[in-house]
Design a protein around this ligand. Structure first.
Ligand code: ROI
Length: 166
């Protein structure tokens, strides 16, 4: 691995079609993408929708990767994977989605543009992000200085159901 690689965390979510299949397939696509090395993936979690409640539950997971891409190249790559999984960007905010791939953290970078915001907004408020993140990187220090496992322990993780692997 070249030394200029960046460590990044990707949030994965789906609540349309067959969400477990979508999330597993997205993990495979990330693992096979050029210039990305998949380091770790969390369990899959079933979580109630945040936002409008008239939509199915989500399946969520988090992946840790290392990549020689910069953050915008990584975004383009992830958007390609979303498209390959039938994602059509809806104008409806917080509506259902076949596959959502979010860059949660990219090294220690802070980016605030129209197309990309890192750390991902809401990162520290979303149990479906914090709990899987804490599963694969418990010692990670979040941008607010808090250890992710401390935050996960404080969150209402009882709303998340960890899915058994089979
Ligand atoms: N709710 C859950 N539980 N999981 C998600 O991945 C998710 N993604 C979203 C919104 C619509 C905010 N709600 C979510 O984009």
């Amino acid at each position: 691995m070249p030394s200029d690689n960046h460590r990044a965390f990707i949030g994965i979510g789906s609540n349309q079609g067959d969400p477990v299949f979508q999330v597993r397939s997205a993990i495979k696509a990330i693992a096979q993408a050029a210039d990305i090395s998949l380091e770790q993936t969390s369990s899959l979690y079933l979580s109630p929708p945040m936002g409008p409640s008239d939509q199915p539950n989500y399946v969520n997971a988090v992946a840790m990767i290392s990549t020689s891409h910069d953050s915008f190249q990584l975004l383009t790559c992830l958007q390609g994977i979303e498209r390959d999984h039938g994602r059509i960007r809806s104008i409806k905010r917080w509506g259902p989605r076949t596959l959502d791939l979010d860059i949660l953290l990219f090294g220690t970078e802070s980016i605030d543009t129209e197309t990309l915001r890192i750390p991902h907004e809401g990162l520290t408020e979303r149990p479906f992000v914090v709990v899987p993140l804490s599963e694969i990187a418990p010692d990670l220090t979040l941008p607010n200085g808090e250890c992710v496992s401390d935050l996960a322990a404080r969150m209402q993780s009882q709303t998340l159901t960890r899915l058994r692997e089979d």
